[in-house]
Write a protein that binds this ligand. Structure first.
Ligand code: TYD
Ligand code: MG
Length: 455
């Protein structure tokens, strides 16, 4: 009897079935069967059960292990290289996730253009767009030093054809845009299904590792923000990058969620312009330059990975008829705002229970660290009282610090680097846990007395 080409494996108990079932006959779980190729060559250590007769291997001391210098392939986009840990590692697999329209194709296209200009062999595989569409984009981003128009492209969705082309062309760097559009004809599942995505990535990895090809796999992100399908790839790939921001805004950030060859705390900031993505190396200067100094505005000395970043946090507090009143945030966590509002009410004499509160981090930046608490608290208090913050006229107030539940200010990471960045832009002194023990003291220092009396 011919062996079936695929099996359906339960991701909960490992039970195998020839046909797909909604419920696993093995463990009774629903929707856990995932299609896989029945015979998968050279993966998962075929024939690994030979332990019985095998000779023992002598472990090596770490200090005796040689560490070959890896020659990284620089994409020529400094922010991208930094997040990667210094460039692409030959033979590595990088997963780049992001919502549609965020600029994944633009970023990878630009990187290949630069690599091509540095005489590297590249290949751009697209299952999403036709070669003509890719050319149109390349023409937009093809400013002189890049050679985006010289990048070889392959508009193909059949995995077999892509693998054969990879073997034949053997590029140094290859972009697969996107992993959800390729499909392995052996599997019956639709492109983008978990089984397909896993098979596609696994087979591409085989070819890439064997030929030393650095592969950038582009993946989509669901509405909820998780990498769709490719979630299952996170353990397989060497590096997971997330490209985020809002499509309508110009700023985009690139962060590493996992990186076997570098730190995961680096963040790259980009701006989408008509000629492609532009690195924003002086993000603080841009954001500080636009600070309004109106009531409700404060500068947050934030950390984006290892990089300090000054951003403006704005709040609006407006009387509300609604029960419960509105709490809307942009760029910070809504639960964090709820906590800060509660502490303001209980420990700092700033009640907001009958007001709508809106908080926005200007420029579409998302801040995901507790150090933003103090900025949110100061912005809300300043908005509630209609008084601008500041130690003196003309200069915006900068701050950072976590707000504790008893109203205390708590230290956060890298205070020195935050202070340095603020000083660089003339924003000193900075309000922080080091200068104020609690929120009440911080408000006393930052909100001029007469206005407080009036409030
Ligand atoms: P794209 O890279 O296609 O996004 P993704 O691959 O993540 O879906 O481009 C995203 C958007 O950026 C697109 O709507 C058009 C815009 N864009 C520019 O503003 N300037 C440019 O130079 C390019 C190439 C695109
Ligand atoms: Mg795209």
């Amino acid at each position: 009897m011919p062996r079936p080409a695929t099996v359906h494996v339960c991701s909960a108990c490992g039970h195998q079935e020839a046909r797909w079932h909604g419920q696993c006959p093995g463990c009774g779980e629903w929707n856990t069967l995932v299609e896989e190729a029945a015979a998968r060559p050279a993966r998962g250590g075929g024939g690994g059960r030979a332990a019985a007769g095998a000779a023992a291997v002598r472990p090596q001391r770490l200090r005796d292990v040689s560490t070959p210098e890896i020659a990284r392939l620089e994409t020529g986009i400094r922010e991208f290289d930094r997040v990667l840990g210094g460039g692409l590692v030959p033979g590595s697999l990088v997963l780049l996730g992001g919502s549609p329209g965020i600029g994944k194709s633009t970023l990878t296209g630009m990187a290949l253009g630069n690599l091509e200009a540095a005489d590297r062999r590249t290949l751009y595989v697209s299952g999403e767009e036709s070669a003509a569409q890719i050319r149109l984009r390349a023409a937009r981003i093809s400013s002189p030093p890049t050679r985006a128009l010289d990048v070889p492209v392959l508009a193909e969705t059949d995995l077999g054809a892509v693998l054969a082309t990879l073997e034949a062309e053997c590029p140094e760097v290859c972009v697969i845009d996107s992993v959800q559009t390729l499909h392995a004809s052996e599997l019956t599942g639709a492109p983008g299904s978990v089984g397909q995505v896993r098979e596609v990535a696994g087979r591409i990895m085989d070819v890439a590792k064997r030929n030393g090809i650095a592969v950038l796999l582009v993946g989509h992100v669901t509405k909820e923000g998780a990498l769709a399908g490719p979630r299952v790839l996170e353990h397989l790939v060497d590096c997971v990058l997330q490209f985020e921001g809002e499509r309508e805004r110009t700023y985009r950030t690139l962060r590493a969620l996992k990186n076997r060859f570098g730190s995961t705390s680096e963040v790259g900031v980009f701006e989408m312009r008509s000629g492609g993505l532009v690195e924003v190396l002086d993000a603080s200067a841009r954001f500080v330059g636009q600070v309004t100094r109106a009531p409700g505005s404060v500068v947050l000395a934030a950390m984006e990975g290892t990089r300090p970043l000054l951003v403006e946090v704005q709040a609006l507090v407006s009387p509300s008829e609604l029960v419960p009143p509105r709490r809307l945030t942009n760029g910070i966590d809504r639960n964090r705002l709820a906590l800060v509002l509660a502490v303001l009410t209980r420990h700092a004499g700033v009640p907001t229970g009958s007001a709508d509160v809106f908080v926005n981090v200007v420029g579409g930046v998302r801040i995901d660290e507790p150090g933003a608490d103090l900025a949110v608290a100061l912005a809300v208090a300043s908005a509630a009282r209609g008084t601008p913050l500041g130690f003196d006229e003309g200069r915006p107030l900068a701050c950072f610090g976590e707000v504790g539940l008893t109203g205390e200010l708590r230290s956060v990471a890298h205070p020195d680097r935050r202070l340095e960045e603020a000083a660089k832009f003339g924003l000193a002194p900075v309000l922080s846990p080091e200068t104020a023990p609690n929120l009440r003291a911080a408000l006393r220092a930052a909100l001029p007395a007469p206005a407080r009396a009036a409030a």
